[in-house]
Write a protein that binds this ligand. Structure first.
Ligand code: IPM
Ligand code: MN
Length: 377
């Protein structure tokens, strides 16, 4: 018996978001050819540009669709000058709002380097890291820490005298994200490239911060339940060097929200740039997947942005849906998409501006869709 098609709520959002989502839907359609589609994708408007036009970030129906969908695919939100009355960026509802509202507590950022991808370092396009040495996942806590909505300003006589962001780490929030990281290390196909060891690295600043000491203690306590997984530690400042110097040492790493936000963008350099960086925002009941490059206004409307991060976000989504629904067919489609992306990148025929080439967003989408068709179902 076939299970019902998955409902995917799609939010193209702002700037380059709709351009990469268009290619993502093209690739999803190619995956579904030749059989009954195992998913149904429905697009909803919303975001910062929508706010500028309508005075609200999205419609109640769109929010309801996000809540009831099996998974959410987000393009990007944010647009210059689009600010909510309270000073927040417009489009916040679709990212931070859904992370909080749907309790998407783990932000999962795979960092893998595909053969054929170069690194843009100091102006040039070159091979720096070996693909076999870059295969890690950073799990970032996604609902608390400095992102806790406990912030404000003290204004006296029209002058802001104090601005405060409160850093909150809870037992629940820490335990569940740390456990997520150990579980991921347990089920990933491989350990660290360096030595094959299943390893979770705790990224923190526990030599100074109380919240980080708590994070590390919790990491150790939960880790005792996973004796087969090596526990590893890095102060966040040192981690920034070690990650770039020896990416092969890392398998899974876990970090509090703000530090995780920073180190995941750094990690994107290892995989060829933000054009290859996807993220899953995962909760117990809901999940949202996105390319993490953002709306990139300076590239918007030019059909030049790299859509591969969106394909990798879709791959993450299909894998998560397959696990959740115990449907190996979805996992096979994720594998197929991965092979298609890898083959396209290895062939070097779809290099966009970010790789020193001239392929457009839609050409890269066409090539990957063609590669999907060439891969056995
Ligand atoms: C990310 C982004 C977001 C964050 C922004 C868009 C609010 O940088 O997903 O990493 O800070 O988490
Ligand atoms: Mn970020």
């Amino acid at each position: 018996m076939r299970s019902a098609a998955c409902e995917i709520a799609v939010f193209p959002g702002d700037g380059t978001g709709p351009e990469v989502v268009r290619e993502g839907l093209k690739v999803l359609a190619a995956l579904a050819e030749g059989g009954p589609a195992p998913w149904r994708a429905t697009e909803y408007p919303g975001g910062a540009q929508y706010f500028l036009a309508r005075g609200r970030e999205w419609e109640p129906e769109a929010e309801a669709a996000a809540r009831s969908a099996d998974a959410i695919l987000l393009g990007a939100v944010g647009w210059p000058g689009a600010i909510l009355p309270n000073g927040d960026i417009a489009g916040r509802a679709l990212v931070l709002g859904l992370r909080e509202g749907l309790d998407l507590y783990a932000n999962v950022r795979p960092c893998r380097l595909y053969p054929g991808v170069t690194h843009r370092i100091s102006g040039g396009y070159r091979t720096v890291w070996e693909p076999k040495n870059v295969d890690l996942v950073i799990v970032r806590e996604n609902t608390e820490d400095l992102y806790t909505p406990a912030r404000g300003r003290l204004r006296r006589g029209g002058t802001t005298e104090v601005a405060i962001d409160t850093r909150v780490l809870t037992l629940k929030g820490t335990e569940r994200v740390v456990r997520f990281a150990y579980e991921l290390a347990r089920v990933r196909p491989r350990g660290a490239p360096e030595d094959g060891v299943r390893r979770v690295t705790c990224i923190d600043k526990s030599n100074v911060l109380e919240g980080c000491r708590f994070f590390r203690e919790t990491f150790d306590r939960i880790g005792a339940e996973y004796p087969e997984i090596e526990r590893d530690y890095a102060y966040v400042d040192a981690f920034t060097q070690w990650l770039i110097r020896s990416p092969e040492h890392y398998n899974v790493a876990v970090a509090p929200n703000m530090m995780g936000d920073i180190v995941t963008d750094l990690a994107a350099v290892l995989q060829g740039g933000m054009g290859f960086a996807s993220g899953g925002n995962i909760g117990a009941e809901h999940a949202m997947f996105e390319p993490v490059h953002g709306s990139s206004p300076k590239h918007a409307g030019k059909n030049e942005i790299n859509p591969v991060a969106t394909f990798l976000a879709i791959e993450q989504m299909l894998r998560w849906l397959g696990d959740r629904r115990a449907d190996p067919g979805l996992g096979r489609q994720a594998d197929r998409l991965d092979r298609a992306v890898a083959a396209t990148l290895a062939a070097g025929t779809a290099r966009g501006y970010d790789q020193g080439g001239s392929a457009t967003t839609s050409e890269i989408g066409d090539r990957v869709a063609a590669a999907v068709r060439a891969e056995p179902r």
